[in-house]
Design a protein around this ligand. Sequence first.
Ligand SMILES: [Zn+2]
Ligand SMILES: [Zn+2]
Length: 344
Amino acid sequence: MKAAVYYTNSDVRVEERPMPKAGTGEIVVRIEASGICGSDVMEWYRIKKAPIVLGHEIAGVVEELGEGVTKFKLGDRVTVAHHVPCNTCRHCLIGNQSVCETLRTTTFDPGGFCEFVRVPAINVDRGTFLLPDNVSFLAATFAEPLGCVVRGLNKAGFKPGMNVLVIGSGISGMLHIKLFKALGAGFIAATDIDEYRLSAAEKLGADMVMNGAFEDVPDEIMHKTGRLCDLVVLCAAPDSAIKQGLASVEQGGGVIFFAPKEPGETYPMPLFDLWRDNINIYNTYASPPAETQLAIDLIASGRVTVEDMISHRLMIDETQRGFDLVAGAGESLKVIIEPQRKPE
Ligand SMILES: [Zn+2]
Ligand SMILES: [Zn+2]
């Protein structure tokens, strides 16, 4: 089978790999759609494992059943999580699955940017989800990224009516905007430094968009709403974005650090101000099973539409182009690889 193998952001090669086989308790899924995530082009994070088949936002059809699998049947339409929790460690038991060691080390084989994937038994057990008929393979690739956003908002105690600011309007920023809208946020402000993304953010539901490169974000928000934001989500990690975010949060509010800085990087936090103003800082990542299921439900109900964020659908031979588009962050939103699609 064909697999797109990652060496660097600018060196993704389509190689021949053996067809995976389902062992006991495992399944093989024929991948119909596989989203490129912003984290796939975070080179410092990915390059240490290269060469590797990336891709963790997948949807497809159950192609082969291993011995003992009763939960699924051939032909089932599914989305599969690459990381799944053990559900028994102390972190899992109190609901903090993101830091479960099992969650961090589980994955499917070889990855999402290929034609077929072997799903280990633990992922079959708690990381494989049936798709409702009205959820397309394309839409289902958003289950994981939307699940990550659901988790962050739950963790930060989001409530209807809160005024919110999303810094960075790439896909994760847009998913935040959409979820805020679906969950009844008050005023939704968004920033980016790219005009294409700002106009997309506005179309998708932001009440106010600002170019973070030259607008005084907290000042503009004050002007428009008379106060700062109850919740600020940082979907971008440059110092300037963090500074803007911290300056835009209302007393007693919270800031979600959704996009990470690189290991070893630091930022001088205004600790006194944060203490005085009772600002809460939240760190969050990953989409454990409960959040993935909720994301699928949100997509199926139509409360969060996702297909309107897809800007490119590519064949597996075009995976390099997909990486170029996502890494370039220019005129693209969601880029999806369709491994079964053949040239017309
Ligand atoms: Zn992702
Ligand atoms: Zn655990």
